[in-house]
Ligand binder design. Sequence first.
Ligand code: SF4
Length: 225
Amino acid sequence: MSAVPSDAAAAASERLRITEIFLSLQGEARSIGWPTVFVRLTGCPLRCQYCDTAYAFHGGQWWAIDDILAEVARHGARHVCVTGGEPLAQKRCLGLLRRLCDAGYEVSLETSGALDIAEVDPRVSRVLDIKTPGSREAHRNLWSNLARLTPHDQVKFVICSREDYDWAKGVLAEHRPHDVCDVLFSPSFAQVDPTALADWIVADRLPVRFQLQLHKILWHDAPGR
Ligand code: SF4
């Protein structure tokens, strides 16, 4: 038996399940506002109560990584965001990220914080969620990820209530991710008053960046925008 995989087997091993690839503006995090190609991978092992991409839990189409690269190139933007779902739930996501970096894109990865980020290409800016109790998935946080953060990464909390805010403050005090990288606090849409969250942050002089999700304001979170 040959140790070298056939072309067909090699191609099959380079495929990912994709829900959508589209051009929009980055709606959050450090590269907010840049025209960005989004590659949304299918599937997520979590079920956050506020999830706005449940349509990516199932379905999708198999895409060869070469074809994903070609589709990204067709859109002609410098920024690429690999998102989900939970992209790291598909192991081949690591190869896609590497290939996108090799091609010279500014690459970010949106990940739930539940899966190990150790193998992600260091050129990628990892946007790592920390799930609050209000998400109902806080038990999935993989705390060892915090030790892997670099200044190139970002940490994000989606705040659902005052209780979530106080819990997140406790996480900052204990783990101090803001000593390493930017920490973002975002109000859960229609669950907490954004002005109240902004006021809490200012009152506490919290070392975090408040953000509103641009795509929700501009396009009311329509899929593909
Ligand atoms: S991790 Fe993200 S995609 Fe998965 S359920 Fe939570 S919000 Fe939705």
